[in-house]
Design a protein around this ligand. Structure first.
Ligand code: 13P
Length: 252
């Protein structure tokens, strides 16, 4: 049995004070929920404040990016070694980082290895753009992102990885994938390549999330699908009611 995971990717939103307010609003609604993992991923400046508020709650903390080197002359970057004091998780290869910050399958691979080496659970994002989708390239793109992003990782380490399938055309558009459509991509183009890399046992145990315009109303559609083990939530993770509803739906 795979434990469902709901992660909130706050992206570049919330000041430290705003982060505290949001967490204080969420805590009474999230803490009672059993049987799933919940992870909040605020921007770097708020990690320490959110870490303090989440202590003892059972709710996890994640960063949104990292650099693969442990330390050194990399101005503006943050390493896994630094994050592990505060976080249990880190988002890697989000489509916004691939589109705006030059992230590639190769950097995703290096970052994933650095996260694992430091005991962080990587949440590796994959997903095709609208143009790729319309050109019938979903299988080729998503399979390549999985195979290249995760290559050279030991099977015993690979079992800790979480993958988020986030079709770029569904992110922030209000046009979510269908439950059936996301389930098919996750089963055939994500879990199957994972099996070819690491074997069936790792593939069957790996948590694979859907992300892209998930909200309190549509979340249950995704969670009822057999291949979908939770959600990576953007916009709705900034709203107490919406995020709580998504978490409740996952716990059912
Ligand atoms: P939205 O939920 O805002 O569509 O964003 C999804 C996402 O990119 C999460 O990483």
């Amino acid at each position: 049995m795979r434990v469902p995971l709901v992660a909130g990717n706050w992206k570049m939103n919330k000041t430290v004070e705003g982060a505290r307010e949001l967490v204080n609003g969420l805590l009474p609604r999230l803490q009672a929920v059993q049987g799933i993992e919940i992870v909040l991923c605020p921007p770097f400046p708020s990690l320490l404040a959110v870490h303090t508020l989440l202590k003892g709650t059972g709710i996890g903390l994640g960063a949104q990016n990292l650099h693969w080197e442990p330390s050194g002359a990399y101005t503006g970057e943050v390493s896994a070694e630094m994050l592990k004091e505060l976080c249990g998780y880190v988002i890697i290869g989000h489509s916004e980082r691939r589109a705006y910050f030059g992230e590639t399958d190769e950097t995703v691979n290096k970052k994933t290895k650095a996260a694992l080496a430091n005991g962080l659970i990587p949440i590796v994002c994959v997903g095709e753009t609208l143009a790729e989708n319309e050109a019938g390239q979903t299988e080729a793109v998503v399979t390549r992102q999985v195979m290249e992003g995760l290559k050279g990782i030991e099977a015993d380490q690979a079992g800790k990885i979480v993958i988020a399938y986030e079709p770029v055309w569904a992110i922030g558009t209000g046009k979510a994938a269908t439950g059936i459509g996301a389930n098919q991509v996750i089963g055939d183009y994500v879990r199957r390549p994972v099996a070819s890399l690491f074997g069936d046992k790792v593939a069957e145990g790996m948590r694979i999330l859907y992300g892209g315009s998930v909200n309190g109303t549509n979340a249950a559609l995704f969670f009822s699908q057999p291949e979908i083990d939770g959600a990576l939530v953007g916009g709705a993770s900034l709203k107490v009611d919406d995020f709580s509803a998504i978490v409740q739906a996952a716990a059912k």
